[in-house]
Design a protein around this ligand. Structure first.
Ligand SMILES: Nc1ncnc2c1ncn2[C@@H]1O[C@H](COP(=O)(O)OP(=O)(O)OP(=O)(O)O)[C@@H](O)[C@H]1O
Ligand SMILES: [Mg+2]
Length: 237
């Protein structure tokens, strides 16, 4: 099967910083990949390369076209209009006629438990609601791949669980077609629950790229990457 995302020896230089170095990564349709690593290790940069927002300074990136994927940023970017219009505008910009966009928007709000808030201004919603709204907007487009940058980092425990459950549901896909999921997370519990594969980054390099079970097996991870092992240790402490 041809990978959906194909990065070959990608390097990214931002100003004077090497944000990514020699990153080779193939992601197949239906995989659920977690990007983990300390602050500044390159997770957001890698998501931006996968999304096509950030062209590599070195190497080659082959990624799906923008209509086939949706990205959720750490802080949701909402427009100054109703929740429903926020979703509908996303669809309209992707080429869906306005009438259909409004119908699909309502459906997406129902799926994310926001139907009652459809007429509220997006920016007046709580943090958790805004994050769900951003997810609704992404899901409504029915992308092949969903890229999420720390989707639950700023949420309280209750909202975290809700948003995580939605992500799991969306990743399961529809009509037997699972969605491809790539997400950055500092929450190792969440990584365990959502990911099938873990990519560990340190200073812009991939030091481990393994199935999730192996990442959380102490002895195996120590053999694969002592740095990744030390990171998991310190995060779990
Ligand atoms: N616009 C920019 N200009 C210059 N350097 C940048 C820019 N964005 C990020 N960097 C640098 O690139 C490196 C990787 O940053 P990146 O945001 O990808 O890390 P991250 O793993 O997402 O971190 P965090 O966990 O804090 O979100 C860091 O050293 C960062 O300071
Ligand atoms: Mg980041």
């Amino acid at each position: 099967m041809k990978p959906l995302f194909e990065l070959e020896r990608v390097g990214v230089v931002l100003g004077r910083v090497r944000a990514l170095q020699d990153v080779s990564l193939h992601i197949l349709a239906g995989e659920r990949v977690a990007l983990v690593g300390a602050n500044g290790s390159g997770k957001s940069s890698l998501l931006r390369v996968l999304n096509g927002l950030l062209p590599p300074s070195e190497g080659r990136a082959h990624v799906p076209p923008s209509h086939a994927q949706a990205m959720l940023f750490q802080r949701p970017f909402l427009l100054r209009t109703s929740a429903r219009n926020n979703v509908a505008l996303g669809l309209w910009l992707a080429g869906v006629p306005w009438r259909d966009a409004k119908v699909r928007a309502l459906d997406a709000l129902q799926r994310t438990g926001l139907a009652d808030l459809a007429q509220r201004r997006g920016r007046e919603l709580s943090g958790g609601q805004q994050q769900r709204l951003a997810l609704a907007r992404a899901w409504a487009r029915q992308p092949q791949a969903l890229l999420l940058d720390e989707p639950t980092a700023s949420l309280d425990p209750h909202a975290k669980r809700e948003v995580e459950a939605l992500i799991a549901e969306f990743a399961a896909g529809h009509a037997g077609q699972p969605m491809t999921l790539v997400f950055a997370s500092h929450n190792l519990g969440q990584v365990k629950r959502l990911a099938s594969r873990v990519v560990y980054l340190e200073r812009g390099r991939v030091l481990a790229d393994v199935p999730v079970a192996r990442f959380f097996d102490d002895a195996q991870l120590l053999r694969i990457s002592p740095q990744a092992h030390a990171f998991v240790r310190s995060e779990s402490a």
